[in-house]
Design a protein around this ligand. Structure first.
Ligand code: CO
Length: 176
């Protein structure tokens, strides 16, 4: 049922929806996250949120190490106790070839659920904390395009226009 899922690209409206909390922790979540890990690896990404495959639930997968044991699934994540700030370049599998500097909390704590519904609480700094914030943004319908300043918008104007045209060609009858 999830085999056909693909990574959707901006400006697909499903990326702008706020996703809903997961309330049922069944085998479907594992099947979905397995498919998301496959797509994430194929695209050489470090994280992927469920709305990026068109499923608007609060779940994301990530792997910050590139090793199989680095796979993580977080469900219904809540970020708290943010401190410090750190600016670095971010990309997004739904906005290919666009990289912009984003200011994030340097350190924070995340509470979430795992695939079986068990609670998780972790604290991270730097890159991992950045991925958590990027993926949690996706669950709230927030994209890098929302974090672009006027300079970045200008820099990537042509690329964004290309993505809009690609979307229009792939979805001729849908409302944009
Ligand atoms: Co992204």
């Amino acid at each position: 049922m999830y085999d056909e899922l693909q990574i959707i690209k901006w400006p697909d409206p499903r990326l702008k929806k706020a996703s809903v909390a997961v309330t049922t922790f069944d085998d479907n979540l594992k099947t979905l996250s397995d498919r998301m890990f496959t797509l994430m690896r194929e695209a050489k990404g470090v994280g992927l949120a469920a709305p990026q495959v068109g499923v608007n639930i609060r779940l994301f997968v990530m792997n910050a190490t590139g090793q199989p044991e680095g796979d993580r699934v977080y469900i219904n994540p809540v970020l708290t106790e943010g401190s410090g700030s750190d600016e670095d370049e971010e990309g997004c599998l739904s906005l290919p070839t666009i990289y912009i500097p984003v200011l994030r909390d340097e350190t924070l704590t995340m509470t979430a659920k795992d695939l079986t519904g068990q609670p998780i609480a972790e604290t991270a700094t730097g890159f991992v904390a950045r991925v958590w914030q990027h993926e949690t943004d996706h669950l709230n319908g927030v994209l890098l395009t929302d974090r672009m300043g006027p300079v970045a918008k200008m820099t990537f104007r042509k690329k964004l226009k290309e993505l809009e045209e690609d979307y229009a060609i792939a979805n001729p009858k849908k409302k944009r």
